[in-house]
Design a binder for this molecule. Structure first.
Ligand code: UD1
Ligand code: UDP
Length: 362
């Protein structure tokens, strides 16, 4: 059996790995390595439990730190595991520091690297995620693209060998888990318990460096827009932003904002499907809003997921009160403008598993 070593570390990677890992089960020997980049129960364990991801064989316990320290510590520890385990392939997801550390450690040992979510570009090299994804793509042997745009982005950088377009594994995850969430009797009370009614609230998340680097004043400008929306805004807050958000709430006296702890993935799908609108700086949530046909305002000046912009299903807003308010109140998505399947057919994980097991580059 092919021996695949998978490195994950941050919340969105647990979600992506859950569906690919299920597709590999029984067909490959997968060794799961958790770097420990995310470690709070509701940023890590909850996903392993809810999504039935096997317990990682290794948890490297790296935790938080500056980029260099965090990535460097991961690199050294992953290398040790690779020397012990001697896998046939390395599998990494997305664009976090855990992704780069996994790809770099393997490439230096001449272990072929597979990158899921290859070819995404914001063309903003100041973003840590852009640095991580460019470097990871150039170290990879299999580049699994979620969209045609991603394939073209790679081609512009001369990357054509090993490139394929299985589609987006997050689409697989949404299809599979939103059905489970909607049918689970234990979750039917979830929205009412929060005092939220279907389509009677907006959902927001904030965690990106570009947002939090502006400190309390930047969060206050965003909250000042949320305060003027006609529906309450529910915010499952990333731990990175919690202190800033609490301080902004205290100073601003905002009453339309409901801060809450981060929730599990099934709860998040319920929150997204039932929201009137999503406002976010998250990469993954923009797409989930698109999949679930909930309009989205992306609180960034660019997006990697340009397909979501068609017909106004997703609009970009500068981190200024007036621009956010204008976009949130006055964007009407066009139902006719939804292109069929720009993110694949919902079977990206199966295609990725087939390619990896064949051992051949596409
Ligand atoms: C990371 C990724 C980002 C991704 C996000 C998903 C990088 C460079 N960034 O950002 O691309 O969108 O994950 O959520 O890899 N913290 C906790 N508990 C935790 C985890 C984090 O309190 O379990 C706090 C710590 O104060 C930490 C801060 O959040 O310093 C930032 O965590 P870190 O993993 O460095 O970056 P994220 O913002 O989570
Ligand atoms: N998510 C979640 N609970 C939360 C907030 C987000 O399960 O409280 C999920 C969300 O549905 C999406 C993923 O986490 O699947 C996105 O992660 P995040 O926004 O942290 O990172 P990004 O996608 O920007 O890298």
């Amino acid at each position: 059996m092919v021996k695949i070593l998978t490195v994950v570390g941050a919340r969105p990677q647990f979600i992506k790995a859950s569906v690919v890992s299920a597709a590999l089960r029984g067909r490959a020997r997968e060794i799961l390595v958790h770097t420990g980049q995310h470690y709070d129960k509701n940023m890590s364990d909850i996903f392993f439990e809810e999504l039935r991801i096997p317990k990682p064989a290794y948890n490297l316990g790296v935790g938080s730190g500056t980029h260099g320290r965090q990535t460097g510590e991961m690199l050294a520890k992953i290398e040790e595991v690779l020397l012990d385990e001697k896998p046939d392939q390395m599998l990494v997801y997305g664009d976090t520091n855990s992704t780069l550390a996994g790809a770099l450690a393997a490439a230096k040992l001449h272990i072929p690297v597979a990158h899921v979510e290859a070819g995404l570009r914001s063309y903003n090299r100041r973003m840590p995620e852009e640095q991580n994804r460019v470097l990871t793509d150039h170290l990879s042997d299999w580049l699994f693209c979620p969209t045609q745009t991603a394939v073209e982005n790679l081609s512009k950088e001369g990357l054509r060998e090993g490139v394929s377009k299985p589609g987006d594994v997050m689409y697989d995850a949404v299809l599979h888990f939103s059905k489970l969430a909607a049918e689970d009797p234990a979750r039917q009370d979830f929205l009412p318990a929060l005092g939220l009614e279907p389509k009677g609230y907006r959902l927001a998340t904030l965690h990106r460096a570009e947002t939090t680097d502006g400190g309390v004043p930047a969060i206050t400008r965003i909250f000042a827009a949320f305060e003027q929306l006609p529906e309450p805004v529910a915010i499952p807050i990333h731990p990175r932003t919690r202190r800033l958000a609490e301080e902004a709430l205290r100073r601003g006296g905002f009453r339309n904002i409901r801060l809450m702890d981060p929730v599990g993935y099934l709860e998040m799908l319920l929150l997204t499907a039932n929201a009137k609108q999503v406002l976010t700086d998250s990469g993954g949530l923009q797409k989930e809003a698109w999949f679930l046909e909930t309009p989205c305002v992306t609180l960034r000046s660019e997006t990697e997921w340009v397909e979501t912009l068609e017909g106004g299903w997703n609009v970009l807003a500068r981190l200024e009160t007036e621009d956010i308010l204008e976009k949130a109140l006055h964007t009407q998505p066009d139902p006719a403008a939804r292109r069929r399947s720009p993110f694949g057919d919902g079977d990206a994980s199966g295609k990725i598993a087939d390619t990896l097991l064949s051992g051949r580059k596409p």
